[in-house]
Write a new protein. Structure first.
Length: 326
């Protein structure tokens, strides 16, 4: 099974900042964390139709909380004469007991914000618009706005089917494994009469180039660039030029003999004697008849003659034949 990683959390610290910027002691950390979560839930529930994409929180040392709301419809958040913002600030101060400062940032291109695109598709599905048509239109608007790639995923009981399924569509490229890729991710839930349908959106904007590192020299702190020092101007006085008529004539040195270089001595040749070849002498076996001496031949022939003479003197053996009985 695949192990999925949140695209925004995967790029935290590389080029994407945190949404909560504050420091707390271990004793107060749990309390502040739950305050942040409750505050985001309250703001999103109150300004559900304002197109809120992101909420950032920052705490200062004097117990002041700064809330930055990124929205595509700042007029709904501010209200007439700022009445809505003032009412929201009073409610947050009364509930959490801290001084709250609200800042509103407008999103100029909502088609390039993944959270707003997902919420738009979810709202269309709730109004019984076909999910395929909503996905196609959202992809077309996002690509026209200048994105390099977009992918949209819908899952649940689509069109009221008995069995839940997943459908997705993509255009362009979405390199999720590239850390330098500026990929925005958002998700929303469409609450319909036949169940909840989840919508996810990935938008690939562009690849971010890393910042150039500052040079480091001896004695300078790390991360601080050294300003180049201007060079001091050097005054060079012009030298007087002597006329040719005043230049003394050089004495005649005559012909100069250049000694010829002595030839280099020939390198000494070291003579190496070749090793002598080993000679082997083959000794004849005394049993071979070809190399026997005549005297030895005569001695070898004597026993044979004696055997022949003894065979002639011996009487011939009688042979008896037996007839078979009839």
């Amino acid at each position: 099974m695949g192990h999925k990683v949140h695209p925004n959390a995967f790029r935290l610290g590389v080029f994407r900042p945190w949404e909560a910027n504050w420091f707390a002691n271990p004793k107060d950390y749990t309390k502040m964390l739950h305050e942040d979560l409750a505050m985001r839930t309250a703001i999103l529930a109150r300004l559900r139709n304002a197109g809120i994409a992101k909420i950032e929180t920052e705490r200062s040392s004097n117990a002041q909380l700064t809330v930055t709301i990124h929205t595509a419809k700042p007029g709904i958040v501010i209200g007439k004469g700022g009445s809505s913002v003032d009412q929201l600030r009073e409610d947050l101060e009364k509930r959490f007991g801290n001084r709250v400062r609200i800042s509103i940032q407008e999103i100029k291109q909502p088609e390039l914000d993944a959270q707003l695109v997902a919420e738009n598709i979810a709202s269309q599905i709730e109004r019984r618009i076909s999910y395929k048509r909503a996905m196609k239109q959202a992809i077309l608007r996002t690509m026209r706005a200048g994105a390099k790639g977009v992918r949209i995923y819908c899952g649940g009981r689509l069109r009221g089917a008995e069995m839940a399924r997943r459908e997705w569509d993509r255009e362009g490229r979405v390199p999720l494994h590239t850390l330098r890729a500026d990929i925005d991710f958002g998700r929303a839930t469409a609450k319909t009469t036949f169940g909840a349908i989840g919508v996810k959106c990935w938008i690939y904007k562009d690849q971010i180039t890393p910042k150039a590192r500052l040079p480091i020299s001896d004695g300078a702190p790390i991360g601080e660039a050294i300003a180049p020092q201007p060079e001091a101007p050097v005054d060079v006085a012009p030298q007087p030029v002597t006329p040719i008529s005043e230049v003394a004539a050089l004495p005649d040195l005559g012909a100069i003999e250049i000694p010829s270089p002595e030839p280099a001595p020939a390198p000494a040749v070291k003579r190496v004697r070749a090793p002598r070849a080993k000679t082997t002498t083959a000794t004849a076996t005394p049993t071979t008849p070809a190399k026997l001496k005549p005297a030895a031949k005569a001695k070898a022939a004597e026993p044979k003659a004696e055997k022949l003479a003894a065979a002639k003197k011996a009487p011939a053996k009688k042979t008896t034949t037996t007839k078979a009985k009839s």
